[in-house]
Design a protein around this ligand. Structure first.
Ligand code: GDP
Length: 444
């Protein structure tokens, strides 16, 4: 998802790198490129204009923070604004208290509505809820069967609708059955058409009036870009939807719908479909999505988090070292000690892109906190020179000495080194070449 937009913006930010100072002309030029990248990604043009205006204003108005280079500052501003554009915080689904919750799924045919209903049932069940799937598309008999099939696959109960029933009656009867049988969430899969038509809108409005859903989720195919945004407006005008589910994000390299819909509709994207499998539905996190678009994982939040706990200069020195993949065992130990102020290593590692493997390995070896003590003992047993030049430790006799000194096994020392070099390599890859490019591939 977002690959093409991310590549384009990556190129733009590379050019900001090394700019000593931000002035009107280089900001102007950079923002023109950002604007083009967004328009190419099929973002709504009004949204793009507003977005660029806000960034220009903030770039010009801002006191450049000591700790960040001007280029980094621009990336940070773009990042913050992009999080806002994508909806700010992730938005929880709303549930009723004491009575069954009703979620009404609406959208055009082929948008992924029925599949999403199944995925949502799966997600809710994992959260310990008892979903009830209700097919209310009586015009396409195959739709009823499609939902029953999904329900059977998931082993979730479904309402026995028949094609000669009125959808409003189906919705009412299903809700009554949910009350009777103790289901928590009624998932109403409504009819879709190829185009918006008035009788359908009226029917959806009648269902809404009959069962007062907590959520009316508009399901849209992200790959249709602005088309999805336009259609969502029509649905919103009639139904006052509560949120959007963007499907097929796995195939959407541009991100135009995701980046426009919140601003245009004022309604958040709550969930995203990431594939055809029933487990491929995720809660939408604007901050993670922005990080992904800007190709930096959550490095910015890592810097921010570190800034809170460490003195600013220290944090930046560390952040920059990480970006340049010049991070050595001295830094590692220093950071481990500072982590006690920040929280668990696990929490921090979650923010570093590509850390999943390392976390898993550490997790397999021992609980993270105990592991920290062991790791620190091993680092303490290294000489200063070894800590500064970790490559020296590739020598097995040095590894043996460190193992003896720290009371750990040689395998543990070897594992620490493997993880450390793996981490360095990941950082290098993530930063697009690390040391080679002098300042690394990270926008500076
Ligand atoms: P409906 O007519 O709106 O109910 O659409 P369906 O649920 O039948 O989905 C239409 C097609 O889109 C099916 O082939 C689904 O497998 C596919 N689909 C739905 N959601 C996703 C998704 O998130 N990613 C991908 N790749 N395909 C999806």
């Amino acid at each position: 998802m977002f690959e093409s937009l991310s590549d384009r913006l990556g190129d733009v930010f590379k050019r900001f790198r090394g700019q000593g100072r931000l002035d009107e002309s280089n900001i102007q030029e950079g923002l023109r490129e950002v604007r083009l990248a967004l328009l190419e990604a099929d973002v709504n043009f009004k949204v793009v204009k507003e977005f660029i205006d806000r960034i220009r204003e903030r770039c010009l108005g801002v006191e450049v923070m000591k700790s960040l280079t001007p280029g980094q500052q621009v990336v940070k501003i773009v990042h913050d604004e992009m999080v806002e554009l994508l909806g700010g915080q992730s938005t929880d689904l709303v549930f009723a208290k004491g009575a069954p919750t009703v979620f009404m799924m609406v959208g055009l045919q082929g948008s992924g509505k029925t599949t999403t209903t199944g995925k949502l049932a799966n997600l809710l069940r994992k959260q310990g809820k008892k979903p009830f799937m209700v097919p209310a598309d009586v015009y396409r008999p195959a739709a009823i069967e499609q939902l029953h099939t999904l329900a059977r696959q998931l082993n979730v109960p479904s309402f026995n609708s028949s094609a000669d029933q009125n959808p409003v009656d189906i919705a009412r009867a299903a809700l009554a059955q949910a009350v009777e049988q103790g289901f928590d969430v009624v998932l109403l899969d409504t009819a879709g058409r190829l185009h918006i038509d008035e009788p359908l809108m009226q029917e959806l409005a009648n269902i809404k009036a009959a069962v007062s859903p907590q959520e009316i989720l508009f399901v849209a195919d992200a790959m249709t870009g602005q088309e999805a945004v336009n259609i969502s407006q029509s649905f919103n005008e009639r139904l006052d939807i509560s949120g959007v589910v963007l499907t097929k994000m796995d195939g959407d390299a541009r991100g135009g719908a995701a980046l426009s819909i919140k601003r245009v509709l004022g309604k958040p994207v709550k969930l995203v479909g990431m594939g055809e499998k029933l487990s491929d539905l995720e809660v939408f996190h604007p901050d993670r999505a922005a990080g992904r678009i800007l190709g930096m994982g959550d490095v910015l939040s890592l810097i921010e988090k570190a800034q809170e706990a460490m003195d600013e200069q220290d944090a930046m020195a560390m952040g920059e070292k990480m970006m340049r993949a010049e991070f050595d065992f001295e830094d590692f130990r220093k950071q481990m000690r500072q982590l006690k102020k920040i929280g668990s290593l696990d929490g921090l590692m979650k923010l570093i892109p590509g850390m999943g493997d390392l976390r898993k390995k550490l997790g397999e070896m021992a609980p993270p906190d105990k592991e920290l003590v062991k790791v620190e003992a091993m680092i303490n047993s290294m000489t200063v020179q070894e800590r500064r030049q970790p490559k020296l430790l590739q020598d097995p006799s040095r590894q043996r000495r460190v193992a003896r000194g720290s009371g750990r096994t040689e395998q543990e020392v070897a594992a620490l080194l493997t993880n450390f070099f793996g981490m360095q390599q990941m950082m290098q890859q993530m930063m697009g070449g690390g040391k080679k490019g002098k300042k690394g591939g990270m926008p500076q």
